[in-house]
Design a protein around this ligand. Sequence first.
Ligand code: ZN
Length: 128
Amino acid sequence: MTSAPSPTGEGVAASDLIRTLPRKLKIGAYDWRIKIATGDNDAWGETEALKQEITIWPEDMPSAHFCVGIVLHEILHALYSVDWLEPADTEAKEESIVAGYERGLVALFRDNPKLLTWIKRGLKPCKI
Ligand SMILES: [Zn+2]
């Protein structure tokens, strides 16, 4: 199916992009369920570590780039919860760190599309 360009000029609208998001992701050692919710939520995403579940509210997302950022943001919260990073001493501190990584990763991947291609090439399963 062809997607109409979004009003902000990207190749795909957030509402179309979100439909192709895998509903299960392996994050750390575990499989996480990805839920796409309807309705309005000011945060656009939520990570529930004890349920190993990420919920995304795509309504009113301004662009596909923003959508990618929100998904990365919640994945970063999930990574926090699997203890790969020292727990932040406050929830606000974790939020600030995750938001910083989110914006940094979105900018990095937008500014360096060849890097994403290179990463995908490097992460292909090894031929043994
Ligand atoms: Zn957050």
